[in-house]
Design a protein around this ligand. Structure first.
Ligand code: ADP
Length: 194
C-alpha cells in the first residue's frame, strides 16, 4: 500500500521532528522542502542562493522555484512508494501544482495532517531552537514575520483540504512522543490501517 500525506502546521509546530519518525513508522520517505533548501544553501547552488534571499527574511521562496524542486524530488524512485511531505504545499498555487504533478500519474493526496499550536508557543519554541541550532531564520524579527506569512499565505490551504474531507487536525502541545502517537493513531485510523 502506498500513502501520500502532507504534514502542515505553523513554524515550530514540530513538523520536521514528527515527519522523520512518522514516515519511518509508515514506511514512506519524508520529503522536507525546508531541509532541501537548507542543503542547497549549504552547497551554495543557484537554487540555494536564490532561496536564501527569501528564507533569511522569513518570506516564502517563490512558488515556481519550490514547485520545481518538489517535482524533481517526487520523480525519484523512492517516492513511488508514497511519501510524507513536510512543509509543502504552503500556498494555494502550490496545491494546484501538486495536484497537477500527481494527476499525471492518476494519484492524489490521502490526507493533510495539521499540527496546531498557538502563536505564543511558536515564538518561545523557535527562540529556544535558535539558541540550540543557530538557524539564520530564527531571530525574533524573522520569526514574527514567518508567523504572519503563515497566517496569511498558508492557513488558507487548510480549508482547501477540509473541503476535500482530507484534513486531520492534531493538538501539537505535549511531548514529542505524545504528539507522534496522536498523529500515527489518527492517520492509521483515517487510512483504515488498523
Ligand atoms: P518552518 O516550518 O519552521 O518555517 P521550514 O524548514 O519548513 O521551517 O522552512 C524554512 C523556510 O524555507 C521557510 O520560512 C520558507 O522560506 C522556505 N520554505 C520551506 N518550504 C517552503 C514552501 N513550500 N514554499 C515556499 N517556501 C518554503
Amino acid at each position: 500500500m502506498s500513502f501520500r500525506l502532507i504534514l502542515a502546521g505553523p513554524p515550530g509546530a514540530g513538523k520536521g521532528t514528527q515527519a522523520t519518525t512518522v514516515s519511518e513508522r509508515l514506511g514512506i520517505p519524508a520529503i522536507s522542502t525546508g531541509a532541501i533548501f537548507r542543503a542547497e544553501m549549504a552547497s551554495k547552488s543557484d537554487v540555494g542562493l536564490e532561496a536564501q534571499r527569501y528564507i533569511s527574511e522569513g518570506n516564502l521562496v517563490p512558488d515556481s522555484v519550490t514547485n520545481e524542486i518538489v517535482r524533481r524530488r517526487l520523480a525519484q524512485p523512492d517516492a513511488t512508494q508514497g511519501f510524507l511531505l513536510d512543509g509543502y504545499p504552503r500556498t494555494l498555487e502550490q496545491i494546484s501544482a501538486l495536484d497537477q504533478m500527481l494527476s499525471e500519474t492518476g494519484l492524489s493526496i490521502d490526507a493533510m495532517v495539521d499540527i496546531e499550536i498557538p502563536d505564543d508557543e511558536i515564538m518561545s519554541r523557535l527562540l529556544k531552537r535558535a539558541s540550540i541550532e543557530g538557524r539564520a531564520d530564527d531571530t525574533p524579527e524573522v520569526i514574527a514575520h514567518r508567523i504572519e506569512v503563515y497566517h496569511q499565505a498558508t492557513e488558507p490551504i487548510l480549508q482547501a483540504f477540509r473541503d476535500r474531507n482530507k484534513l486531520i487536525s492534531i493538538d501539537g502541545l505535549g511531548t514529542i512522543d505524545e504528539v507522534r502517537e496522536r498523529i500515527v493513531a489518527a492517520v492509521t485510523q483515517r487510512l483504515g490501517l488498523n
